[in-house]
Write a protein that binds this ligand. Sequence first.
Ligand SMILES: NC(=O)c1ccc[n+]([C@@H]2O[C@H](COP(=O)([O-])OP(=O)(O)OC[C@H]3O[C@@H](n4cnc5c(N)ncnc54)[C@H](O)[C@@H]3O)[C@@H](O)[C@H]2O)c1
Length: 354
Amino acid sequence: MAKNHQTLLKNIHIGQKALFTFNTFLKKTNYKQYFILCDQNTLKHCLPLLLANCPTLKKADIFEIESGESSKSLEVATQIWQCLIDQNAGKDTLIINLGGGVVCDLGAFCASVYKRGIDFVNVPTSLLAMADASVGSKTALDLNGIKNIIGTFYDAKAVFIDPIFLFTLPNREIKNGLAEMVKMALIGNKALWQTLNNANTSLDEKIIQQAVQIKSKIVLKDPFDKGIRQALNYGHSIGHAIEALYSDNKFPILHGEAVVMGMIIENHIAHQKKLLNKTSLLEVNNYLIQNFKPKPIALSDIEKCIAYLQHDKKNKGNKLKFSLLNKIGQCKIQVEVNASQIKKALLYYTKEVK
Ligand SMILES: NC(=O)c1ccc[n+]([C@@H]2O[C@H](COP(=O)([O-])OP(=O)(O)OC[C@H]3O[C@@H](n4cnc5c(N)ncnc54)[C@H](O)[C@@H]3O)[C@@H](O)[C@H]2O)c1
């Protein structure tokens, strides 16, 4: 685990020179084998850019997975390990995760346990992975429909974040990542919130950098998720329930979209609990509703949502504990919440979002 914020940030390279820096990293290090993990989309849109900037990687083995959350599975991980065995991969192999959060989580997990740990780097290509998933040493797989239930804490050797990859990212996926950046701002940086809240702001590397800074600061204070890191779960307790609720749909909801809905609902709970004042509640929720156009929730889904929450792995005992805003830029963790407060907030949501 990195020793301080500067050390942590030193290994994270953000900006238009990130791929150039990655090439220098490859020249300076002594890996004998390279193994690039990508999905169908990043193979097509991102791999050519990576290879053009990092010629050393032209001899790399490429492993392609299907795009989407379903690849974060033990079955796909097993295929990756088998491929590593077939290629005689060892401690002198570098895994390069070229993709969104799915590729980063999966590749990092595979690296963390193969031969008790081999090196990997993240080259995130989705906004969500750039601002969030590629940073912070959590690796993960899903099992039997339970998200991120299998995982390890394992540091990337380095992270190379080049916004050039965003040119091919669909707009819906940009919003998906923006949702996590807004979350980051709301829990940790009021100035970033004000920037994002400004209609004239365009997404650039400075904004990504600020989101990464907020996350890495929190991670550094609590690398193993025992305390303050739970602030990153703001919007996620309800968000995960919504994600699960709509996962069987023909058009499943994206993680960031569910988190937006989660933030709106959880803000109302925070207001009920006298943590978030009315002005801030309106400021944040109006922004979220106008900019993200969240999906309505049917009245008939409210009870299902509450039932799901009872199974949320983050809750201890029978008590529901959420991370809630107590003001813009600040989050309070482990706030006890009851079913009636959740119901009230869900009802509020159904009235606000039609
Ligand atoms: N480890 C962590 O700390 C952490 C934090 C947040 C989220 N996550 C995980 O991240 C995952 C979600 O990440 P995501 O939203 O990036 O999903 P994703 O990896 O599925 O990527 C979203 C879509 O965008 C495509 N894509 C990615 N980059 C592209 C590009 N440059 N051009 C065109 N298409 C591109 C992908 O193929 C995919 O279809 C979830 O599994 C979540 O659990 C992990």
